[in-house]
Design a protein around this ligand. Structure first.
Ligand SMILES: C[C@@](CO)(OP(=O)(O)O)[C@H](O)COP(=O)(O)OP(=O)(O)OC[C@H]1O[C@@H](n2ccc(N)nc2=O)[C@H](O)[C@@H]1O
Ligand SMILES: Nc1ncnc2c1ncn2[C@@H]1O[C@H](COP(=O)(O)OP(=O)(O)O)[C@@H](O)[C@H]1O
Length: 289
């Protein structure tokens, strides 16, 4: 990341990735969306965003994301929602240090949106509650509310009915990112998708975990995903996050995770990160003073 331009104070806030430790699809709703049951946990790896106040109502974002227009970028969409809500003419310069792959199931876009809502709420002194920010966030994407609330959670509905699960273990993860962009809509509309898994309760989800109902279809449509799962499974149980493409495997120590990553073929893109039940964004913004 290039140095932040001089002048003004920059507020730097991480936008962590999430993993779906299990993902069951329990039905299809009348609006075409699917009801899910999923366990969300954050990892201490993600994008970084930097915000500087402007008093002229303008928004800038540097650098742009290739293939995503300025107004479509979830960062700008989140900022616009807050501008509308506050009826104030505040603006911001925003710098994005993008590290997460797009369409990887790591929730990078949703996390960028949530970090923007949290950071600008503070920078613009809007005093919106987490409930209000989560409701605004849901209009941007089903995964935004969990990032706004910042607690590892069991999620139901399309992901907006959240029950915190602070008791989740916080292992080290090896995350491998096959270089394909999975189209979420294509997976949910596939006729072979398992979409009638019986609902389970939180206790069962925490005790037994669960599978990812999208994994079989994604592996079939994107062979790189299936191949990566097969390879990682030789070392340790591996699972896909969200609608893919990224695969993760958990370890008791950082050293074990690194050791497996070092045994992967050189062309594999992978990183090691720690599972955390509190969002790193919350750690920065709600640090006790
Ligand atoms: C399933 C998850 C789990 O985390 O996958 P990832 O995106 O993280 O991989 C998310 O909740 C994804 O939520 P979100 O990111 O909002 O989904 P979008 O890309 O907007 O969804 C694209 C399309 O998939 C379908 N869709 C999405 C979510 C859902 N619960 N049911 C659906 O049927 C809808 O047709 C929607 O138009
Ligand atoms: N700031 C952003 N970061 C990533 N993706 C964005 C962003 N703004 C808009 N998008 C769009 O959202 C899509 C989903 O991105 P992302 O959240 O990273 O994937 P996933 O939901 O699979 O983890 C991207 O393909 C891109 O078109």
């Amino acid at each position: 990341m290039a140095e932040l331009p001089a002048g003004g104070n920059w507020l730097s806030v991480p936008a962590p990735a999430k993993l779906n430790l299990m993902l069951h699809i329990t039905g299809r709703r009348d609006d075409g969306y699917h009801n899910l049951q999923t366990l969300f946990q954050f990892i201490d790896h993600g994008d970084d965003l930097h915000f500087r106040l402007r008093n002229d109502g303008e928004l800038t974002l540097t650098p742009a994301i290739e293939g995503v227009s300025f107004e479509d970028n979830l960062i700008i969409r989140a900022a616009r929602l807050l501008q509308k809500k506050s009826e104030k003419t505040l603006g911001a310069d925003i710098r994005l240090d993008k590290k997460l792959p797009m369409g990887g199931g790591l929730g990078g876009g949703s996390s960028d949106a949530a970090t923007t809502l949290l950071a600008l709420n503070q920078l613009w002194n809007l005093q919106l509650s987490l409930d209000e920010l989560a409701t605004l966030g849901l209009s941007l994407g089903a995964d935004v509310p969990v990032f706004v609330r910042g607690e590892a959670a069991f999620a139901e509905g399309v992901g907006e009915i959240l029950t915190p699960v602070p008791e989740l273990a916080e292992p080290w993860y090896l995350v491998v990112c096959p270089q394909v962009h999975v189209n979420t809509g294509k997976i949910f509309s596939h006729k072979g998708l398992t979409r009638d898994t019986d609902p389970i309760n939180i206790r069962t989800a925490l005790k037994q975990g669960g599978r990812n109902d999208c994994q079989a279809i994604v592996s079939m449509l994107y062979p790189e995903v299936g191949n990566t799962l097969n390879l990682l499974n030789k070392f340790n149980l591996a699972k896909m996050t969200g609608t893919g493409a990224c695969i993760f495997s958990s370890f008791g120590s950082e050293a074990e995770a690194i050791s497996v990553s070092e045994q992967l073929p050189a062309e594999y893109v992978a990183f090691v990160a720690k599972g955390v039940n509190q969002s790193p964004a919350h750690k920065v913004l709600f640090r006790p003073s």
